[in-house]
Design a protein around this ligand. Structure first.
Ligand SMILES: Nc1ncnc2c1ncn2[C@@H]1O[C@H](COP(=O)(O)OP(=O)(O)OP(=O)(O)O)[C@@H](O)[C@H]1O
Ligand SMILES: [Mg+2]
Length: 375
């Protein structure tokens, strides 16, 4: 399996910079997920790695070899697309074996390899069928099989599950993860689905307008988002972000209309504007006396095992998520609080995370702006 390195990779389309100076190392055996909203440049980045699109700047390296100008078929990479792109007139076996026939392998060698891949993907019973006789999930597995059969250095996948229904997505997700673990394959996987990213990735790359916003393990990007963009992209509902003032009054506090919360550390510094971040699952209901946030419930959503209450605290929309029943109804007052270690602070201008708590692993963390620096 292979390492991939991107050095300042850039792609412009006229005035649009779809991918903007991306530096990235994908380790051997890593499952790297490119995550971000529609139009952020995920597919463009992947297509440049595959060689389907030339960069306007920067380089692509595969195991230290510059492949920036190598044609796609000479790169040791297999691409799996959202649309399965199977040959409708060929059987499953011939679809899977197609890349090997193109390489003029011997018939029995092809047969052995196809059988092997079909067993891995649980397609043995279906080898004689045509694509139209398969379900969506089975077709996607055939498309995976066609990539697998080549023994590529790395797999590139662009939203391979987006045509599947929720149940199939979840089982195929588990299948791809299992396959990755068994084969130790290097995978670069594009999605805009945060559940796919959180469950499958060894590392997540968050892209916004073609730029890297944060690179980290699922835990790192969820627990220590580097910016309001990342904080607001991950989580369901995403992190609450409330404009506030941070100020020391013995200990550090953040305050705004109907909000006054202890940040739990002694610090001396002039008051400064911040964005206070707190995840819906970290807010708890409390007594009126102990409330750090005083809101009004607007609506309550039932998610089955949990409920989400949408509240207004001052002008800010704040969601609370917890086991059903939360005990809140529309129109109720919401008396809320959260533990200091669950709070996040961001700079209102740059959106970057502010450093105000000890970093668990400073070497691994994204650079943070010191809280006491001028706003
Ligand atoms: N061939 C092209 N010509 C002009 N602009 C393009 C072209 N391909 C992509 N773009 C633009 O580049 C930007 C990134 O597109 P890209 O397809 O990489 O986004 P994406 O993150 O894959 O989005 P989605 O989640 O919708 O698939 C978009 O603004 C898009 O309009
Ligand atoms: Mg795309």
């Amino acid at each position: 399996m292979s390492r991939i390195r991107l050095e300042g990779l850039t792609r412009r389309f006229g005035a649009v910079t779809a991918v903007d100076d991306v530096w990235l190392d994908v380790a051997d055996g890593e499952f790297l997920v490119l995550l971000g909203p529609s139009g952020c440049g995920k597919s463009t980045l992947l297509r440049m790695i595959a060689g389907l699109l030339g960069p306007t700047g920067g380089r692509v390296l595969l195991d230290d070899t510059d492949i920036t100008h190598t044609p796609p078929r000479e790169r040791d990479l297999a691409m799996v697309f959202q649309s399965y792109a199977l040959y409708p007139h060929l059987s499953v076996a011939r679809n899977i074996g197609f890349p090997l026939r193109a390489r003029r392998l011997r018939k029995d060698a092809i047969r052995t390899k196809v059988d092997e891949v079909a067993a891995v993907l649980d397609l043995t019973e279906l080898l004689a069928r045509k694509p139209k006789e398969l379900s969506g999930g089975q077709r996607q597995r055939v498309a995976l099989g066609r990539a697998l059969v080549r023994d590529p250095g790395a797999f590139l996948m662009d939203e391979p599950l987006s045509n599947l229904d929720a149940k199939l997505r979840s089982s195929t997700r588990a299948e791809i993860s299992g396959l990755h673990q068994r084969l130790g394959a290097t995978v670069v996987y594009v999605t805009h689905d945060q559940v796919e990213a959180m469950t499958m990735a060894t590392r997540i790359v968050l892209l916004d307008h073609g730029k890297l916003e944060q690179v980290g393990t699922p835990e790192e990007v969820y627990d220590r988002p580097a910016s309001t963009f990342v904080a607001g992209f991950l989580g369901s509902p995403p992190m609450n972000l409330v404009p506030a003032t941070a100020e020391s009054r013995g200990t550090l506090r953040a305050h705004a209309t109907d909000l006054d919360i202890d940040l739990g550390i002694p610090a001396e510094m002039p008051a400064r504007p911040v964005i206070l971040g707190v995840r819906p699952e970290h807010l708890r209901l409390t007594t009126p006396e102990d409330a750090a946030l005083r809101g009004v419930v607007r609506t309550v959503e039932n998610l089955g095992s949990e409920e989400v209450a949408h509240c207004l605290v001052g002008d800010a929309r704040v969601c609370v998520r917890g086991p059903r029943p939360l005990g809140l109804r529309a129109g109720d007052p919401a008396h809320l609080t959260a533990a200091p270690e669950t709070l996040h602070l961001f700079d209102p201008d740059s959106g970057r995370r502010l450093a105000w708590q000890p970093t668990p692993d400073p070497a691994a963390a994204e650079p943070e702006v010191p809280l006491g620096s001028p706003a």
